[in-house]
Design a protein around this ligand. Sequence first.
Ligand code: SR1
Ligand code: MG
Length: 400
Amino acid sequence: QYHPLNPDSLRQVLSDLPSLAIRLGGAPSDWNIREVSDGNLNSVWLVHGPSGSLCAKQSLPHVRVDPSWKMPLDRTTFEAGWLQAVAPLVPDMVPEFLHFDPQLFLLVTACLDDHVTFTEALAKGMDPAPVASQIGRFVAQTTFHTSWRGGPFENMARLEGFFSGNTTLTRITVDLVLTDPYHDHPRNHYHPALKPLVNQLHIDPAIHRSVCHMQSQFFTAREALLHGDLHSGSVMVDRNGASVIDGEFSCIGPIGFDCGMFVASLILASFAAPTEARRNQIRQAAPIFHQSFLKAYCDEWLHSDAKTDLAPAFLTRDDAAEIQRQQQEECDRITTDTAGFAAMEIIRRLTGYAHTSHFDNLPETEKGQKQYQALSFAIQLLSDLKTAPENLFPHGKTAL
Ligand code: SR1
Ligand code: MG
């Protein structure tokens, strides 16, 4: 029977699960349970015992930060499914799956002790290049091997059957990312300095044409299993590298959606940076991510020995020129999607419901100026999707 947990009831639930109780060690009364809920949707606790630790996450029947916004509980079901689907592909880049309780909608994973979010690390001055490169490989591995090229079509059909059920959170993406910023919606809010640009978002036909195109891509390009919310808060980092969490928005869709979300976080952080040098350093991480993604994606295509339904002539890999032509075509398309979705993610993080924290500590006037620059850049990208890839990745659109 579902009930929202608190530290005492969570302690009871965990003590009834032998493998988790053994992992934590000692008696349940020895366990330290700390609530660290931070995202918009769920309750999260870190549990430490004498021998080990874990992270517990439970869905609430509403948006955590807005109890009047009611919501079905099934999001942790999809997060658990996502984690189990991608863990074999990127075992070192996700926390270990430990347990899922479908009645309590409770997901238990390894605890990422000593990690901080990539958002926090960026604010503290971390060099973003290694994480950008690692997340490029993460997106390549997870998308290639869940696409039709990465396995028999039955794999994709199975994933599609399960993840197309994630309509609750996909609805949030459709509303908050793909729709609301382009009209007057009561959930939208923004810095007053952005008003002229917000007006443009509501009426500019070139922008609306691009929005329709990106919506069409989102709904019709059923390319691979996506994380679905790959912003810098979904990436945990420590000195050894990055781990991706929070796959509750997972769905089947265009690969450029995950790429665009991550690139948008870098662009937002770069516009918020305190100095020109820091701004350039973070800005440079966007093409580093992109090149890393393209290289890893094409490497998988060439070297993966998974059984696939690729036309037999290409399976032999004899016709190098033709394979390269196909890869270029595919990568160009993903890159254009990346630019379009990055622009839409930047726009919604500045003018929609759920904002980014990158600008939070700036004085009001500077915040308005920097957000204005970021929003102008995103509008420029979205206004012309043909030139957007070169504007976003000036030093190499899709250099394979
Ligand atoms: C009501 S949920 C708002 C946002 O938080 C999540 O992290 C997603 O980005 C979503 O769009
Ligand atoms: Mg999240």
